[in-house]
Design a protein around this ligand. Structure first.
Ligand SMILES: *[C@@H]1O[C@H](CO)[C@@H](O)[C@H](O)[C@H]1NC(C)=O
Ligand SMILES: *[C@@H]1O[C@H](CO)[C@@H](O)[C@H](O)[C@H]1NC(C)=O
Length: 573
């Protein structure tokens, strides 16, 4: 049940192509396809089948858009295009052009849509059989997720794809399952193909065909990579660029059409549809700015927590590189509360996360103007032969664009004011600083470490565990403690599992959640919601890429103070 490796992709593509042909039509990027799709749109058959809702693709054609299509020849081009013409000419055209036969069209579109909505994908098909606590998986077909599918809730699905074709068919299957639960016109799918060199361009053709037939609004866009030469590329910049591009339709729809999405779902790696739906519930119940899953990668026959570059517990510490089978005293989050809730499979608060598929509330972020960004003063080692310049110990952290985003979430939430139960004016809380400036508590612990990890999951981006301890940060002497400010609600939901190639889902689920013989009690709304939200930590483990070199550029780390008050003050200028 492990995700099939890349070399099988073409076989899988071919199988799926046959499936689609058998059920209804065979699409590709050829001219025939384009004309057949638009003819169907012209007859409004899809609209009659799926009904009207918020994002009406029939009324607003621009809701289904393809940009920067890759038109380079592909080895299956001939086969596909022959198949399409043949099928189209022989079986479809005779029916579709006459008004009197339009009920046949409706019927065949209806059955095609039915068939597509059950599109399970390869790994996705196994999801209902995987162990989850609290009976989360048992009633997969009983739970209609009506609470999430309310008409006034629409969801934005974002994917940034960089040569990851081995996930794409399964990710499409997950999207189709989400569409089935949430309503095809309650979703918008934004796929950004960032200069992929594998079969991603062909597979995005397939995604286009499926989404078009289902009436799901989308924008599929391909852009070239920013820098050809990896040695001259700065990875956090590329991350930020990709993500902001994937968000463009979100912002356009908001600004030009006043369409506000309820949540943005960033799909990464492979995540089961039910886990995503459940994480949506956790996000809404906690009014969370962000809820992340946890991602697990294969490493020497074991599964390890994989996103230690971007994830920080609520004390600012990095997660452990724990095995999925770790005992309670060695689980990924190091802080006491987080570890305790993790062990009970309940959502816990963190300073920052990404760890695979994650869900962001745009009202608390993108709609307030937050974008993905990165440290500007990195060293371009390919345009300069100078050694790495010296940076002051309290210089901003040159870490991932997600880490910047997390800090922005905290600061932006703090702008809403101080915590209700902590008095109304932060100036009352000023304690005389014991040192001259807030910067003095910052301390650098340089540690040159080279990334020796295998290319497994997002741990590709992580550093080896180190002895760096947050206790080495001197006691807080912030002018205003971070706890004075309204805290950002950033959570990790350990029941939302994201995986990568080589992971046995069945074994991972058993490791994480046992045999599933729990008492059957549901994690009720009370348990999923955090009562006590902590303020931001006053320091964190900063893992940075100070120079160009692409994704594999060496990282170093240090401890860095974090003062919401100072951040607010510096932004006010
Ligand atoms: C680094 O310098 C090279 C050569 O001047 C340039 O092509 C490249 O875009 C620069 N990289 C970044 C991330 O600015
Ligand atoms: C929900 O869980 C809490 C904590 O375990 C428990 O006290 C409460 O009775 C449960 N509520 C329901 C409705 O099951």
């Amino acid at each position: 049940m492990a995700i099939t490796l890349r070399r099988h992709t073409l076989t899988r593509l071919f199988a799926l192509t046959l499936l689609l042909a058998g059920s209804f039509l065979l699409f590709s990027s050829s001219e025939t396809t384009q004309s057949s799709i638009s003819e169907y749109q012209g007859y409004n058959v899809i609209e009659r089948v799926t009904g009207l809702k918020n994002l009406n693709v029939q009324k607003y054609k621009s809701l289904q858009r393809r940009m920067g299509r890759d038109t380079r020849p592909d080895i299956l081009d001939d086969v596909i295009s022959d198949g399409v013409s043949n099928f189209w000419e022989q079986f479809q055209v005779p029916f579709i052009i006459a008004k009197e036969t339009s009920h046949v069209d409706t019927q065949s579109v209806l059955s095609a849509v039915e068939e597509l909505l059950s599109l399970n994908g390869w790994v996705a098909a196994y999801c209902p059989t995987l162990v989850r606590p609290f009976g989360q998986n048992k009633n997969i077909d009983d739970d209609t997720y009506d609470d999430l599918a309310k008409d006034d809730r629409i969801y934005y699905i974002a994917l940034a794809i960089h040569s990851a074709d081995h996930f794409l068919v399964d990710q499409l299957a997950v999207i189709v399952q989400l569409a089935k639960r949430l309503g095809t016109s309650n979703l918008f799918v934004s796929m950004l193909d960032y200069g992929s060199t594998d079969s991603t361009p062909t597979l995005t053709d397939l995604c286009e065909a499926v989404l078009t037939l289902l009436g799901v609004p989308f924008r599929i866009r391909r852009v070239p990579t920013m820098t050809e030469d990896p040695a001259a590329a700065y990875y956090p910049l590329e991350e930020a660029y990709m993500r902001n591009l994937a968000l463009e339709p979100l912002l356009e729809l908001h600004e030009k059409r006043q369409i506000a999405f309820s949540r943005v779902i960033w799909i990464k790696g492979f995540t089961c549809p039910n886990d995503i739906l459940e994480t949506l519930r956790v996000s809404i119940a906690n009014e969370a700015a962000m809820v992340c899953g946890m991602d697990w990668a294969e490493s020497g026959g074991q599964f390890i927590f994989s996103d230690r570059w971007r994830t920080r517990d609520i004390r600012g510490d990095q997660f452990r590189q724990s095995k999925s089978s770790s005992k309670p005293d060695a689980v990924p989050p190091r802080d006491k509360n987080g570890a305790a809730r993790y062990t009970q499979h309940l959502p816990f608060q963190v300073f920052c996360c990404e760890s695979g598929t994650h869900i962001v509330d745009p009202a608390q972020s993108y709609y307030k103007g937050l974008r993905y960004r990165y440290g500007l003063d990195f060293h371009n080692s390919s345009s300069s032969s100078n050694p790495l310049p010296h940076r002051s110990p309290d210089a901003s952290c040159l870490d991932s664009s997600q880490a910047w985003f997390c800090r922005d979430l905290w600061v932006s939430k703090a702008l809403e004011g101080v915590q209700d139960d902590e008095g109304s004016d932060p100036s009352f809380r000023y304690s005389k600083p014991k040192t001259e400036t807030g910067a003095n508590h910052r301390r650098q612990v340089p540690e040159a470490l080279v990334d020796s990890d295998a290319n497994a999951g997002s741990d590709f981006d992580a550093m080896p565990d180190s002895e760096l301890s947050l206790d080495e940060l001197p006691a807080t002497r912030l002018t205003v403690p971070n706890s004075a400010y309204t805290p950002a609600h950033i959570l990790v939901n350990p029941r939302c599992v994201t995986t990568y190639a080589g992971v046995s889902h069945t074994r991972l689920a058993l490791d994480l959640f046992g045999t599933g013989d729990d008492d059957g009690s549901q994690a009720n709304a009370t348990e999923n919601v955090l009562d006590d939200w902590e303020g931001a930590p006053e320091g964190f483990v900063c893992q940075e890429q100070r120079q160009t070199g692409g994704r594999v550029a060496a990282k170093t780390q240090r401890l860095l103070g974090f003062s919401v008050h100072d951040e607010l003050a510096s932004r006010a200028h």
